[in-house]
Write a protein of this length. Sequence first.
Length: 238
Amino acid sequence: MLQIRIKVWCYRAAMRLFWAPSIRELAPRAFFLDAAFRVLAFNGIGGDYLEFGSHGGRTFSLAHQSITRYKYARHLWSFDSFEGLPKSRPGDEHPQWVQRSMATGLDEFHAICRASGVPRGQYSVIAGYYEQSLAGMDPAAQPVDVALAYIDCDLLSSTRDVLRFLSPRLKHGMILAFDDYFRWSSESVSGERQAFVEFSEGMSDWRFLPYKSFGWHGMSFVVERANLNATTATPANS
Ligand SMILES: C[S@@+](CC[C@H](N)C(=O)[O-])C[C@H]1O[C@@H](n2cnc3c(N)ncnc32)[C@H](O)[C@@H]1O
């Protein structure tokens, strides 16, 4: 009888741990980032990690852990307002996207990085709303070689700004990941997906090979040069 009780207790404890919100939300991102850096390292695709939307530093820290695991020296870049979501522009409407929500101040972000073991010299922060910060970046201080761009800025308008910035930085073999690819509403499709479909439809030099979906929300693509021989990639908007 006691043995059965202990087994039931252990089972319940394991289930509670397994379904704890922090683990449930973070584990799929951790597995995705691990796989992405593993495949990039394996295939010899160098370059930096760019993150658009860093808020609480969770994915940033996970990315750093994966980079460290595969001993593949890369610089990390965080692009965020550090004041939360911007004012909505047309097409941004979603019940969860509220102006100024998800704000982590810059000092707090540095403190999170420190606590997570991300060395200050290994990352750069570009603070400000993308409309101004991306267009106004000093050309000498911009990332040029990108291995993985992790787009976690929720809104259609923000994602459009980010993809415009990434457009001249696309290269064969890099990965584009969208954390909010499956966050639609009763009135609209996902803003990140809408922006990506518009972006990919305008591209003749590049195609986007679906790579991995992650969690209940994310999707990723490998960028391929369109003139290279390969089997036809599934269109990004299929
Ligand atoms: C969902 S949170 C990011 C979560 C983060 N990846 C983490 O792991 O904690 C979205 C972030 O995108 C940022 N963001 C969205 N649109 C932006 C814009 N146009 N300019 C700058 N930051 C923006 C917000 O400030 C917010 O911190």
